[in-house]
Design a protein around this ligand. Structure first.
Ligand SMILES: [Cu+2]
Length: 167
């Protein structure tokens, strides 16, 4: 039984890294390789700055602060991935993990044991309550068509999307 579970876990983990590679969004960066730090402030419902110029291969540390009154996400991905992630966020709302202005982190941990997507643990994203801070170190290698966006229900739709130019 344990062997089967380990195999499933292994398949899921390798599938995830495989998927990331093919998504061409770059990869988790190393702190010691950071080329630049960019401070980002999240408001209701937009980012400051709302566009980024990044050199291909650059490792960026994003220091993200939520200065809004709502929960916001800073998620480095592409349009297709955001679209796939949005139902997961809706499910977090339905399960009363995600509220407009707070996150029930205890419930999030509990539910993540049954459904991993409810844990919102993605290396390419931070989900922050008002006044919270979070960092992401991201290496923009092999990255194209990147959008930084917030997938809290309704926010992407009202334009909480930042442009990323990579050259
Ligand atoms: Cu948002």
């Amino acid at each position: 039984m344990i062997r089967i579970i380990l195999t499933i876990v292994f398949v899921l983990v390798s599938y995830k890294s495989y998927a990331d590679k093919n998504m061409m969004i770059g990869s988790l960066g190393k702190v010691e390789e950071v080329n630049r730090t960019i401070k980002v402030i999240m408001y209701d419902n937009y980012y400051e700055p709302n566009s980024f110029n990044i050199k291909s291969g650059e490792t960026i540390k994003f220091e993200v602060v939520n200065a809004g009154e709502l929960v916001h996400e800073f998620n480095i991905a592409n349009a297709m991935m955001h679209k796939k992630h949005q139902p997961e966020m809706e499910k977090m709302v339905e399960n009363e993990i995600l509220f407009a202005d707070s996150i029930d982190k205890n419930k999030m941990k509990k539910m993540a044991k049954m459904d991993k997507s409810m844990g919102h643990s993605h290396s390419n994203s931070v989900l922050l309550e008002p006044n919270e801070k979070g960092d992401i170190v991201w290496k923009f290698d092999n990255a194209m068509n990147i959008e930084i966006a917030c997938n809290v229900p309704g926010h992407y739709q009202v334009g909480m999307v930042a442009k990323v130019d990579i050259n």
